[in-house]
Design a protein around this ligand. Structure first.
Ligand SMILES: [Zn+2]
Length: 197
């Protein structure tokens, strides 16, 4: 069409979530028509984010500082830990402005089908935080999928012997839905109506 650079750009864009070949071609064309205004700032932002952003060594959130800005915020309630599957779920809860505690990002859910066991998840740092910290409540905010429920059961069994109350957000959550597709009102209601796990 227009040389290997354009083809390469389109094939990289098409691999992004929510993009297919058609939207990748449109995005590439839009950028190529205004390289100074659109393309170079994006290239700089991509390089800067790739260099600076890392998982938080405490909670697994993505941030350019470590501990992340949530873990190091003295205004937040450091006795609450909300366990989420991914950073997208953390972002959804933060957008909804309903929770002022800390988080723990598992990086997935247990899944027999996908061969994901406890050792594949970011679990050891969570157990360490509970064993060494003054945690008053662990809130499980996992999606209402089979794997989400399995993970919640497993975590409850594992955390209760440590003497920490474990609660679960109420599931106004659509079956198979992840937290970040919920609107803020539904998320707020689910967080308020949490119950013992
Ligand atoms: Zn953190």
């Amino acid at each position: 069409m227009g040389g290997p650079e354009i083809e390469h750009l389109i094939s990289l864009l098409a691999r992004l979530p929510g993009m297919g070949p058609r939207s990748a071609r449109r995005a590439a064309l839009r950028m190529l028509q205004q390289p100074e205004a659109r393309m170079l700032p994006l290239a700089t932002a991509l390089a800067e984010a790739a260099r600076a952003v890392k998982p938080c060594s405490i909670c697994g959130n993505l941030d350019s500082r470590d501990p992340c800005s949530i873990c190091s915020d003295p205004q937040r309630d450091h006795t609450l830990i909300c366990v989420v599957e991914g950073v997208g779920d953390l972002w959804a809860l933060e957008r909804a402005l309903i929770y002022r505690g800390l988080y723990h990002v598992l990086g997935g859910t247990l899944s027999a089908l996908a061969g994901i066991g406890p050792s594949e998840l970011n679990l050891t740092p969570l157990l360490t935080r509970i064993e060494h910290g003054s945690v008053a409540e662990v809130i499980l905010a996992l999606g209402a999928t089979v794997d989400g429920a399995t993970t919640a059961h497993w975590l409850t069994d594992r955390l209760k012997p440590l003497g920490v109350p474990v609660t679960r957000v109420a599931q106004g959550v659509p079956i198979g839905g992840a937290l970040d597709v919920l609107d803020d009102g539904t998320l707020a209601a689910a967080m308020r109506a949490r119950r013992p796990s």
